[in-house]
Design a protein around this ligand. Structure first.
Ligand SMILES: [Ca+2]
Ligand SMILES: [Ca+2]
Ligand SMILES: [Zn+2]
Length: 419
C-alpha cells in the first residue's frame, strides 16, 4: 500500500525545489509563504535546528538525513575557495542600474557586498557568446548569517541559471553556478539575493570567472516516460521509495472508477500537447504496452501526499541528467478541490502536474503566473484551467527579480520539435 507516510520528508530537500504545492482553495497563501510553510513541514526539525543553532549547527547537523542525495550537477562542483576578497563593489538594485563587472577571461574577480533582507544586487557581466563558461560562487561574509541565492539572466532578463545552496543537507548554504552559455547575449546579468529561506540580509563574498570561447553545448532531445504500470519499491532519488500499483482511476476517487483507460489516455494527450513544440518524445507505459527503456526520465502516477500534488527529484539545470524521475501523487488527487472535477478535468490537472514535474527535470524553475505550467502561486483550481509553457515572472522563492521564458529555455535545452 502506498500511503503518505512513504513520502519521506527528511529526504526531500532537493525535491523540495521541484515540488508543486497542494494549495487548497480554502487556503490561498501567497506562494512565498506556502513554499516556506512546505519547508517548515518537511524540514521542520532541520529548519528549527538551523534557526536555533545557526550555520555551524547546520554544517554539523548533516545527520538530519540518513540518505545522501544530491543532483548530479552539484556532485561535480568543487568547493569554492572562499579567499577573503579585497574589493567592495558598487551594485545595482535592478537590471537597469547594474554596473559592469570588469571580467578578464580566465581571471577570478573577487568582491564583497552587503544585502538587506529584501533587496537584490545586480551586476552586468557584459557580452557573452556560446561556449563561454561562467562560474559564480557566493557565500556569507566571515561570521555573517546570510544564506545567499545566485542567479544569472540574459539581456532579456530571462533566467539562465539559478542556485540557492551548493548542498543543503551538508550544510553548504553558499550558492554556486558553473554553466556554459548557450546563446549569444549582449548582456548577461548576475543577481545575488538573500535566499527565500535566509534569516535576513548580510554581507557576502563573491567570486566570478568568465572563460571565453570554450566548446559550445548543443541541444539534446529527451525521452519522457509516463509510467502507469507502477512497481514495487520504486525508488525516486531525493524523494523516497514507493509501492505503486498500476494506475487505477478509482484510487483518485471512487467516483472515477471504471474510467481508468479514458483518464490515462487523456493524461498522456495533455502531456504530449504541452511538449509538442519541443523535441521531447513522450512515451506511455501501460499494462498492455509496457515500455522498458533505460535512457528516459520517468513520471510515475500513484501514491498519495497530503501536502503536494507532485514532486521531482531535482531542478535539473540545463538537463544534465537524462534519466531523472518524478511522481504525481494521484491517490486522492481530487481531495484538494472544493468540488470534485469531472473526469476530463481531473485528467487535465494530473497531466499539467506531470508536465510541471517534467519541466523541473528539464531545468525549469517556479514562476508566479497561474497560466504558466511552472506556476507555484495558484490554488488547486488553477490546475483545472489551461496552462502552457510561457514567459513569466519568477516566483519569489526562486529569485526576487527577473523572468523565466519556458519555451526559450526548452528550445535551448532539448531543441524545438521537428514537426
Ligand atoms: Ca543559499
Ligand atoms: Ca533531466
Ligand atoms: Zn514545482
Amino acid at each position: 500500500m502506498a500511503d503518505s507516510s512513504q513520502y519521506e520528508p527528511s529526504r526531500t530537500r532537493r525535491g523540495g525545489r521541484g515540488v508543486l504545492q497542494g494549495q487548497r482553495e480554502t487556503m490561498p497563501y501567497p506562494a512565498h509563504r506556502e513554499f516556506l510553510g512546505y519547508r517548515e513541514r518537511v524540514y521542520g526539525g532541520a529548519t528549527r535546528s538551523r534557526r536555533a543553532r545557526g550555520w555551524s549547527a547546520a554544517v554539523r547537523g548533516a545527520g538530519w538525513c540518513g540518505v545522501v542525495f544530491f543532483c548530479s550537477c552539484e556532485v561535480s562542483i568543487a568547493p569554492p575557495p572562499m579567499i577573503p576578497p579585497t574589493t567592495a563593489r558598487p551594485a545595482g538594485r535592478d537590471f537597469s542600474s547594474a554596473p559592469l563587472l570588469p571580467l578578464t577571461s580566465g581571471a577570478v574577480e573577487r568582491f564583497t557586498g552587503m544585502l538587506t533582507s529584501s533587496g537584490a544586487h545586480v551586476y552586468d557581466l557584459g557580452e557573452v557568446r556560446p561556449g563561454d563558461r561562467i562560474t559564480v560562487s557566493v557565500g556569507a561574509a566571515l561570521g555573517g548569517r546570510l544564506d545567499p541565492t545566485v542567479a544569472i539572466f540574459d539581456a532579456d532578463h530571462d533566467l539562465f541559471a539559478v542556485n540557492d545552496d551548493v548542498d543543503f543537507l551538508g550544510g553548504r548554504l553558499d550558492a554556486r553556478i558553473d554553466e556554459v552559455v548557450r546563446h549569444a547575449s549582449v548582456h548577461f546579468y548576475l543577481g545575488i539575493a538573500p535566499s527565500a529561506y535566509s534569516q535576513g540580509g548580510g554581507g557576502y563574498t563573491a567570486e566570478v570567472t568568465l572563460t571565453q570561447a570554450g566548446p559550445p553545448v548543443g541541444v539534446s532531445r529527451q525521452r519522457l516516460l509516463l509510467n502507469f504500470v507502477g512497481g514495487a519499491a520504486v525508488e525516486i532519488r531525493n524523494v523516497g521509495t514507493f509501492n505503486i500499483p498500476p494506475f487505477d482511476a478509482g484510487r483518485i476517487d471512487a467516483a472515477y472508477e471504471g474510467e481508468t483507460e479514458e483518464i490515462r489516455d487523456q493524461i498522456v494527450a495533455v502531456v504530449r500537447a504541452k511538449y509538442a513544440a519541443f523535441d521531447v518524445e513522450v512515451l506511455a507505459s501501460t499494462e498492455d504496452a509496457p515500455v522498458d527503456e533505460a535512457r528516459v526520465s520517468t513520471i510515475y502516477f500513484g501514491a498519495a501526499s497530503r501536502t503536494v500534488f507532485g514532486i521531482s527529484e531535482q531542478v535539473d539545470t540545463w538537463n544534465r541528467d537524462c534519466c531523472d524521475d518524478g511522481i504525481v501523487y494521484t491517490d486522492g488527487f481530487d481531495n484538494s478541490f472544493s468540488n470534485r472535477p469531472s473526469s476530463a478535468l481531473i485528467a487535465v490537472a494530473i497531466g499539467q502536474v506531470a508536465a510541471h514535474e517534467a519541466g523541473h527535470l528539464l531545468g525549469l524553475s517556479h514562476v508566479a503566473d497561474v497560466v504558466d505550467l511552472m506556476d507555484t502561486s495558484g490554488v488547486s483550481s488553477t490546475l483545472l484551467r489551461e496552462q502552457v509553457f510561457k514567459r513569466s515572472i519568477l516566483d519569489r522563492s526562486v529569485f526576487p527579480l527577473g523572468f523565466q521564458d519556458g519555451p526559450k529555455y526548452l528550445r535551448a535545452t532539448v531543441g524545438a520539435s521537428a514537426n
